[in-house]
Write a protein that binds this ligand. Structure first.
Ligand code: RIB
Ligand code: CA
Length: 320
């Protein structure tokens, strides 16, 4: 069993990643912490509670609200044109009877890491603020974590918020650089792979044909949440009826690392600058700068990833 602690800015793609983890028979979600990004940390927590209620994993999943601002400066606000007014594309999910756990996010992260000593994988789907803040306060946290898998960054693809930077790293580059420099076993699932694996409306159509009735609400939710997100992708990339699989692919990388080829390099995150803030900077020189090794996903078997996603979400076998 893979014990996962998810940190998310629960927007449209985060929500699909969270559903995948909650419904995966080989995954136990030990907790979910939220931060600002696609939406506020509080709204992300509300969305997360509703998603847990939708998935009904059969066990308790504590939800804790984390940082509503980067380590330095202020949050620039939500992105309703991509993730809707409520962060999940305007999809309406029934409220959950569960409430958020009123615990400090760093303390919660540390407590969970200690409880699962050496067995907990952290999956970050947003900015790395919560993890960096916990590492600042509890440096020994590093010893208790198995590994970190993070959606973020790009090596050779164009950025998605600037020519060189991806949103999660650009949103809090200081936090990302602290996590990069922590010595944690870190795998980055960046745009190099997430832009290549496309979620298509045709996948939803195919899944619908073989979906058992009890998973129908999950599929209905996805269709409703993805409308605006697909519209934005059409505007931003000119692509029709498909969108990149950012956060779900990171979740798949945590569970099925064999679908990915990684490259290990010393790397830091550019904390300042106008065009390059949040850029991943790797150093391949003979005498490199002071930096830890980070694993970067550089290739992915996209067909396998899509098959994995839909087989977990709705038992659909016939796609890819
Ligand atoms: O750049 C894509 C990432 O930014 C995804 O995690 C998306 O949810 C947003 O947080
Ligand atoms: Ca996200």
């Amino acid at each position: 069993m893979l014990h996962l602690l998810i940190d998310a800015d629960t927007g449209v793609d985060d929500s699909i990643a969270i559903l995948y983890a909650l419904l995966h028979p080989e995954v136990h979600v030990a907790g979910i912490t939220t931060g600002c990004g696609n939406t506020s940390a509080a709204q992300a927590a509300e969305n997360t509670l509703r998603l847990i209620h939708l998935a009904r994993p059969g066990y308790e999943v504590p939800v804790v609200v984390g940082a509503n601002a980067p380590l330095s400066g202020v949050w620039e606000g939500p992105v309703p044109h991509i993730h809707g007014e409520n962060g999940i594309g305007g999809a309406q999910l029934p409220p959950s009877p569960q409430r958020v756990l009123e615990e400090d996010c760093s303390a919660f992260l540390y407590r969970m890491a200690e409880a699962y000593s050496g067995e907990l994988t952290v999956l970050t789907l947003g900015r790395m603020t919560n993890l960096a803040a916990a590492l600042r306060r509890f440096p020994e946290l590093k010893r208790h974590l198995r590994r970190v898998v993070a959606m973020g960054g790009t090596l050779s693809c164009p950025g998605n918020v600037s020519p060189r930077a991806e949103a999660n790293l650009a949103g809090d580059p200081e936090a990302a650089d602290e996590v990069f420099s922590s010595g944690l076993d870190l795998t980055m699932v960046g745009l190099d792979v997430t832009e290549r694996v496309r979620l298509r409306l045709a996948h939803l159509d195919a899944a619908e044909r073989s979906c058992p009735p009890e998973r129908r609400p999950v599929l209905d939710y996805m269709r409703s949440a993805l409308g605006l997100y697909l519209d934005f992708t059409r505007f931003a990339e000119g692509s029709l009826e498909n969108c990149p699989l950012h956060d779900p692919l990171a979740a798949i990388a945590a569970v099925r690392p064999e679908f990915f080829l990684t490259r290990r390099m010393r790397a830091r995150v550019e904390p300042g600058g106008t065009w390059c803030r949040g850029q991943v900077v790797t150093d391949l020189r003979f005498r490199p700068f002071e930096a830890e090794y980070v694993n970067f996903c550089v290739e992915v078997d996209g067909d396998q990833a899509i098959r994995e996603l839909f087989s977990v979400l709705c038992g659909a076998e016939s796609m890819g």
